[in-house]
Design a protein around this ligand. Structure first.
Ligand code: SF4
Length: 472
């Protein structure tokens, strides 16, 4: 028999999607902890289950819907065991319609994040989903109220998009560790036609340099060695007269923080000052993620990326010239509506030219409410998308292996960031995971170091995904 808990403040929180969502989960935990909510890793003992969702890819939607159905099924079973009136029993007067439980349901279910704003109507109107509360990315301070209302039997929601909310007054409840994520801005003004972010996270707004620096100082005091600055388009960071290059320099000045990374910049406005700062400041990591999306000018134009293939290649050339040894990664979408075979070949050829260190390659999937969804039918057959992604993945694997193998024999300064916990291609149980300045994972034998150590390691081997090394 499952025990009935009296405390109604135990939260199970699951996160989907990008680092910004991981960071938002830390904000939510901090906001709720102040109201005496506690957190559990065991969803079976939770009174409140929240899914912090992502709307960027179709499979993220599917996963969340699948998860909600799984939770609902379990909730029905547990309520039956606890003697609550069962589904389809006649509803007592004053209670909800037939098909729902007459006693307060446990646990209540909330949807947070981008999917909440993107699919608000569907989430509430789909009676099978039975969502109790919904909060968009700018409404997390209202969560205690929304939860109270939902526990009182109301469906509650707040999907307001703010022009000002940056949560600069909330210190995220982070796990102890080596790297801390820190959002320096929220939202995006770029309106790439395939992307939901401007609609789900609103307009771009930046935190002040002072506020960010203060948080990073606190992180250094808490033992973090590395910070990763987050934003949908970090290089358009601006607060009053201060820009992203200035922010990078200020963050790098903080004692105790040894490495500064950021993600993601947009190729359209990558200032020379940022490139120069990375080239000259040893704390700014020599690794850049430069989302390309397509290598064809017409496709880039219909995606509203506002740069051409040539401009992109010139930027890559400049980065490599000014920052010798910089590691480059990218994002690519294949099968964007109307993309012809010849246009796809342009993407293939740009990847062949650049030879990225790594790449995240996706098939186009239509997202509701985007410009692409309104203007362009998703007309590339699935088989063609598959053929294109397979070709790019094969090419990229060869490049990743080649670039990784080029490090064999070199000495890298690595930061130990995790103990290997599972046997996999990446690491064995008796190995630990470290990371080089260029963001490549380096596997070294266990017993030689502990978490947070900086070590000089000679690279002895490499696979497509990792470097292997020995302590010197
Ligand atoms: S830059 Fe484009 S892809 Fe990136 S978040 Fe903004 S709209 Fe989306």
């Amino acid at each position: 028999m499952i025990e009935i808990k009296k405390d109604k403040k135990r939260v199970f929180l699951e996160t989907y999607g990008c680092q910004m969502n991981e960071y938002d989960t830390e904000l939510v935990k901090s906001i709720l902890a102040k109201e005496n909510y506690s957190f559990t890793k065991n969803e079976h003992e939770a009174d409140i289950i929240m899914l912090n969702t992502c709307a960027v890819r179709e499979n993220a939607h599917r996963k969340v819907y699948g998860r909600v159905h799984e939770i609902l099924h379990r909730r029905r079973e547990e309520n039956k065991l606890q003697g609550a009136p069962v589904l389809n029993a006649p509803a007592p007067q004053g209670h909800r319609a037939t098909g729902e439980l007459a006693t307060p349901r446990k646990p209540i279910i909330g949807i947070l994040g981008c999917m909440a704003t993107n699919l608000r109507q569907e989430l509430f109107e789909n009676r099978n989903l039975k969502i109790d509360f919904i909060a968009g990315p700018d409404s997390y301070k209202r969560l205690p109220d929304l939860i109270r209302e939902a526990q009182g039997g109301e469906k509650s929601f707040d999907l307001t998009l703010s022009e000002f909310e940056t949560y600069s007054d909330v210190y995220p409840a982070r796990k102890e560790g080596i790297n801390a994520w820190i959002a320096i801005m929220r939202g995006c003004n770029n309106f790439c036609t395939f992307c939901v972010v401007p609609y789900t996270r609103g307009r771009e707004r930046s935190r002040s340099v002072e506020n960010i620096v203060e948080e990073v100082r606190r992180l250094a005091d808490d033992g973090f060695k590395q910070v990763t600055l987050l934003g949908q388009n970090v290089n358009s960071y601006r607060h009053e007269e201060q820009d992203f290059a200035y922010l990078l320099e200020e963050v790098a000045k903080i004692n105790g923080i040894e490495r500064v990374r950021f993600t993601s910049p947009h190729p359209k406005d990558f200032p020379d000052r940022v490139i120069d700062a990375i080239a000259s400041n040893p704390k700014l990591c020599k690794q850049l993620h430069v989302p390309m999306q397509s290598g064809n000018d017409r496709v880039l134009d219909v995606m509203n990326r506002t740069y051409t293939q040539k401009e992109y290649l010139d930027l890559i050339e400049k980065m490599r010239k000014k920052i010798p040894g910089v590691a480059l990664s990218t994002d690519v979408i294949v099968g964007f509506p109307t993309e012809t075979d010849a246009e796809f070949e342009d993407t293939y050829n740009v990847m062949k030219t650049v030879e990225f260190d790594s790449a995240f390659i996706f098939k186009y999937s239509e997202r509701k409410n985007t410009i692409a969804a309104k203007k362009f039918p998703d007309d590339i057959p699935e088989a063609v998308k598959t053929e294109r992604i397979v070709r790019l993945n094969e090419l990229q694997k060869a490049h990743s292996l080649k670039r990784n193998r080029a490090h064999i024999g070199s000495v890298e300064k690595v930061l130990v960031e995790a103990e290997a916990t599972a046997k996999s291609e990446k690491h064995q149980r008796d190995e630990i995971q470290a990371r080089a300045d260029n963001n490549k994972i380096v596997i070294i034998p266990a017993g030689t170091a502990k978490l947070g150590d900086f070590l000089n390691v000679r690279i002895t081997d490499a696979t497509t995904y990792v470097l292997k090394g020995e302590l010197i």
